[in-house]
Design a protein around this ligand. Structure first.
Ligand code: IVH
Length: 682
């Protein structure tokens, strides 16, 4: 074999390896559908690296070996963008107004007759950093950050390490610049910060900062380790445009191997724009990356040209934001709250911030373990998170912003309310006040729990009044609530004749209750509404629960040894039995039965959803009734819903039920269903 022939073979082999490896790379990282084993990939990769070292003249511009990082650079050089990278008009009205404002502006600018609609492309607004990828003859030749919009930084070597960015794309026009967002997935971010912490390195405040820091590295090998991602949504300089609208562009880019987030669509009026905004708001938490809004773009490129630009923004696009889910604020103080069961909870008093749609000023710090993990001091700047309906939480401290006079916080070893010893048992996370009913904080909380809507449902007793009742010695145990007289109440602050009468009426009305509500109201540790309900339906009578052994308690569905132990303890305590006795003596009643096996109940295994207001039953009463007959009550309609119980002014749940073909019933139908099952009186 001649030497040229031999070299030809080497070159061919290198080309083949390059092609194969990139194909598998896309299958693995972009399509999430690996086609070969990691071992085979590695061995091909090593063979290619070896050949490239030996025959550098054949190394391809799009060799996958670049993805592990090239030589360290001394600086990132400047790049002038062929087409400026503009900013976007941002609509900060979080409500539907945002969508209407945009549509109104577009209609005005385009001067369209009323019966002509405008088509919009709707996309996610990624919270990362914009980047320009320049392809010449289908090969990635340069990647640059946005910078000031006109000049950015050359991050080509770093970008080549992002596995989802094609190093080559077949069939692209001669010059084609793809624009999109470099982001860090939330899971990658969490992992990175854990590693940084373990190594004593600085933490990143959020995924966007981490992505920016990782992309603007001088050492591409470092970028490679950070597992960045990319989503395409636009273009820069293009020698010849193959499509004529934004939605076609996204399809085209995807076809060429660029990652395009699947959450995009079309809209033709402000209602549809807003529907996209709302739909994305619901899935926002579940997306693997952060977004801070959605983007609306006039779809047709011709119309985009017609609309043109104002200063540095195109007129044809608009970002419609969401309230931030993560914000920074300062910890003004850390105080300790004492709960109903004596549990001490440290609470961060924050400089109020707007996050996830609400203003937050107090956030629980859970317990000592959490405090320690967080490493928070009074005066620190922290990141507060609240997504959807979840409870706000402090996720991390930003150590760079710690003031010199930041103060340490230690959990007290005495109860801040009653001064009793606050103990923490081996292996327990929580510290408890040992004061029991002597601790006023515990008594206040016990009252608030007892009167709460889903317990005895006594309206009109809030924290302030509960404190007064305790301080005035009018209420020592919850049973004393039923002994209150008008003349006692009138002596209290801000208690007039009328409110005293209302309160007494509400107390009187609460006397007739259900067994499950009564058990829940007692405040047995670890017994929430659901457990109270199963206890009530399993045993049927209070006496049987009081007398149940550990074994008998553990026979109940969903009750484990720890909960059984709590129940046993509670009913072994003479004080608790005295309170129960007093409550019954005061006239608290409920109906007892034999304790039904759940299977006998007519609604066993069925889920109900309530919407609108019913003619006679309150929502709580209707829920009680459904549960009494073995059913479950849920807040949202799904395919699994058995019945939607609809009343006056039913809303979106009714529409959803109709869409899914779920049985819709009235209050009257509910009574009929119950009476068909057996002849029990409702
Ligand atoms: S379009 C002017 N689409 O928003 C319109 N931008 O661009 C050209 N951004 O900082 C950009 N998601 O990082 C566009 N789906 C999306 C986007 C998006 C996020 C960011 C981008 C830039 C800013 C303005």
């Amino acid at each position: 074999m001649s030497e040229t022939e031999n070299l030809d073979q080497v070159r061919q082999r290198m080309e083949q390896l390059t092609d194969e490896l990139e194909k598998h790379n896309k299958a693995y990282y972009v399509d999430n559908n690996p086609t070969i084993s990691d071992e085979l990939y590695d061995s091909m990769f090593q063979e290619l690296s070896r050949l490239e070292a030996q025959y550098p003249q054949f190394k391809s511009l799009f060799s996958p070996t670049q993805r592990v990082g090239a030589a360290v650079q001394s600086e990132l050089s400047k790049v002038r963008h062929a087409v400026p990278m503009l900013s976007i008009y941002t609509e900060t009205d979080y409500t539907a107004e945002g969508a209407y404002n945009f549509e109104a502006r577009m209609r005005r600018e385009l001067e369209l007759p009323e019966d002509v609609s405008i088509e919009y492309d709707t996309e996610l607004k990624f919270d990362g950093l914009a980047i320009n990828l320049r392809y010449e003859d289908g090969i990635l030749v340069q990647a640059a950050t946005r910078g000031d919009g006109y000049t950015g930084e050359d991050v080509t070597a770093n970008v080549k390490t992002i596995r989802t960015i094609p190093l080559r794309a077949e069939g692209l026009p001669k010059v084609f610049e793809v624009r999109g967002e470099v982001i860090m997935h939330k899971a990658v971010f969490e992992r990175l910060n854990e590693e940084q912490k373990a190594l004593g390195l600085k933490l990143f405040a959020n995924p966007r900062n981490a992505a920016a820091g990782s992309l603007r590295q001088l050492d591409p090998a470092l970028t490679a380790k950070r597992s960045l991602n990319f989503y395409a949504y636009g273009f820069g300089e293009v020698s010849e445009m193959p499509v004529s609208s934004q939605s076609e562009l996204l399809v085209y880019l995807k076809g060429k191997g660029f990652p395009v987030a699947p959450e995009h669509g079309l809209a033709h009026n402000p209602e549809e724009l807003q529907a996209f905004h709302s739909r994305v708001a619901e899935i926002r938490q579940d997306l693997p990356f952060d977004i801070d809004g959605v983007v609306y773009k006039v779809n047709s490129f011709d119309r985009q040209k017609q609309l043109g630009f104002v200063s540095r923004e195109p007129r044809w696009a608009c970002a419609h934001k969401y309230p931030p889910e993560e914000v920074q604020t300062q910890v003004l103080d850390i105080t300790v709250q004492v709960g109903r069961t004596g549990k001490l909870t440290p609470v961060a008093r924050l400089k109020p911030v707007f996050v996830g749609g609400v203003t937050v000023s107090n956030v629980s710090l859970n317990n000592e373990e959490f405090l320690e993990k967080l490493g928070v001091k009074i005066g620190d700047t922290v990141v507060v998170h609240r997504a959807g309906d979840v409870i706000p939480e402090v996720v991390r401290v930003i150590p760079e912003l710690r003031p010199a006079d930041a103060k340490d916080f230690v959990m007290p070893e005495i109860c801040p309310v009653c001064g009793s010893h606050a103990y923490k048992e081996e292996g327990e996370k929580d510290r408890h006040c040992s004061g029991g009913p002597f601790c006023k904080a515990q008594r206040v909380q016990a009252i608030l729990h007892f009167v709460s809507r889903t317990a005895m449902g006594i309206g009109g007793i809030g924290e302030k009044l509960a404190e007064q009742l305790i301080h005035a010695d009018l209420v020592k145990t919850v049973a004393d609530i039923y002994k209150l007289k008008k003349e006692n109440l009138l002596g209290l602050e801000r208690m007039g004749e009328k409110s005293a009468e209302n309160l007494l009426a509400s107390i009187e009305a609460s006397k007739h209750t259900t067994l499950e509500r009564f058990i829940y109201a007692l405040g047995v540790p670890e017994v929430g509404e659901a457990t109270a309900r199963t206890l009530a339906s399993h045993f049927g009578a209070l006496k049987k629960i009081e007398e149940a052994s550990l074994e008998q308690l553990m026979e109940v569905e969903d009750i484990g040894p720890a909960v059984a132990e709590c129940i046993l303890h509670f009913f072994a305590e003479p004080v608790n039995l005295e309170v129960i006795g007093a409550l019954i003596e005061d006239g608290v009643t409920w109906e007892e039965n034999q304790g039904t096996k759940d299977e006998d109940l007519p609604f066993k295994g069925m889920t109900f959803v309530l919407t609108g207001s019913l003619p006679t039953l309150s929502r709580d009463k209707a829920s009680d009734l459904i549960r009494k007959f073995g059913g479950k009550v849920s807040g949202s309609v799904s395919k699994k819903t058995a019945y939607v119980l609809a009343g006056e002014a039913a809303g979106s749940k009714l529409a959803k039920a109709q869409e899914l073909g779920i049985n819709i019933i009235s209050e009257e139908d509910l009574f009929k269903l119950i009476n068909q099952g057996d002849n029990t009186d409702v």
